[in-house]
Design a protein around this ligand. Structure first.
Ligand code: SAH
Ligand code: SF4
Length: 354
């Protein structure tokens, strides 16, 4: 059976791997098929990791042929794999239009985590992040977001990816609909079965969309805060000029946080820029109105001439101040730095045209 090419521009050939269960049911209904076919095919794609209709033997041959001429099962293709000495693997994926994205596989003792991209490049322009240098190329489709997980599960047999973090290339909330769709698929019982408790979406702080997002899906939310005054935050994160700290904290205060849950605040520590005792005290005060925990990420400075990572003693002192005020603070050891797979180091060779 030959697969029809998935046409990203016209959508002429729909991609079944990017459809939610509701969309899949509508699709099968339009083919004159029973509703239960949707769940069946979804399980083949997301649990059986099927890339063609051939193995779907609980579907008649006629239906499989009809499907093959109507819809594709999109998957990114692996172009390159790099393995870090600490076990982290970085995958460079090629997409149907020739764009390239990166995903990072992080094995742990009791579970594995996958860091997925949501856009080719990013429009947010954060000064600390390598993805920003690519500029914005395009949004990923929901199939391309979920496809990173499906292909990774195929590429790393025996892996047990139970955790997915939307912390790769791009700003998830700037690709709102496809991010929501991908979350719905990932958490569906017929999908790849990722529990919402193990699914984290990180945003640079698109304040108005944060509340809308919380009302639309259930996930763990992380915010890239990285500074405690508007002056310093705007210097490294231009989004802050549009949605300053006051507005961001207000949005977080209204975020419909599940019971006993906390918002993760990511704070990249940069030497002499945002790592003083006074900054730590300001951070405590700033986070006072919300239920939060802090991830301290020492700046990955391999590619930066402008910023440097603080000494470990400074990082520890910063953490101590937060903890002394009963704020949970964890120092995140960056993994995969030798292959440029750590936070803020993802970029493919795509560049915007102008
Ligand atoms: N766009 C989203 C998702 C990407 S997450 C967001 O910004 O939240 C990427 C994370 O890496 C962010 O928390 C960002 O603050 C962090 N980061 C960017 N550059 C970094 C660097 N050089 N060192 C350490 N962390 C970095
Ligand atoms: Fe985009 Fe996030 Fe990088 Fe900022 S930190 S440029 S929002 S990917």
């Amino acid at each position: 059976m030959t697969e029809p090419a998935y046409n990203l521009e016209t959508g002429a050939c729909p991609d079944l791997s990017g459809m939610t269960i509701d969309e899949m049911e509508t699709f099968f209904h339009s083919m004159g098929q029973e509703k239960y076919r949707a769940a069946q095919v979804m399980r083949w794609i997301h649990q059986g990791l099927a890339v063609s209709y051939d193995p779907m033997t609980n579907l008649s041959k006629k239906l499989r042929e009809e499907l093959a001429s109507t819809a594709g099962i999109g998957r990114p293709t692996v172009i390159e794999t790099l393995e870090s000495k600490d076990g982290v693997k970085k995958f460079l994926f090629g997409l149907v239009d020739g764009s390239k994205i990166e995903s990072v596989y992080i094995p742990n003792e009791d579970h594995d985590t996958l860091c997925v991209s949501t856009q080719v490049g990013c429009a947010m322009g954060c000064k600390i992040c390598r993805t920003a240098e690519m500029g914005f190329v395009r949004n990923l489709t929901s199939g391309e977001i979920v496809g990173q997980l499906l292909e990774l599960r195929r590429q790393v047999p025996g892996s047990s990816i139970t955790n997915v973090v939307f912390m790769g290339m791009g700003e998830p909330l700037a690709n709102f609909d496809n991010t929501v769709r991908a979350i719905n698929i990932m958490t569906n019982p017929n999908g790849p079965q990722i529990s919402w408790r193990r699914l984290t979406v990180s945003t640079s702080g698109l304040a108005p969309r944060i509340i809308e997002f919380g009302k639309t899906v259930r996930i763990k939310l992380a915010i890239s805060l990285n500074a405690v005054t508007d002056e310093t935050r705007s210097l490294i994160m231009p989004i802050n000029t549009k949605y300053p700290l006051g507005e961001l904290i207000e949005a977080l205060r209204h975020y419909p946080l599940p019971k006993r849950d906390r918002i993760t605040i990511e704070y990249v520590l940069i030497k002499g820029f945002n790592d003083s005792d006074a900054d730590a005290r300001r951070l405590v005060k700033l986070l006072n109105p919300i239920r939060a925990k802090v991830n301290l990420i020492p700046f990955n400075d391999e590619l930066s001439t402008e910023f440097k990572t603080p000494e470990p003693e400074r990082v520890a002192a910063f953490q101590d101040i937060l903890m002394s005020k009963s704020l949970i603070a964890i120092i995140r050891k960056s993994r995969g730095r030798d292959i440029l797979a750590a936070c803020g180091q993802l970029a493919s060779e795509n560049r915007r045209a102008c």
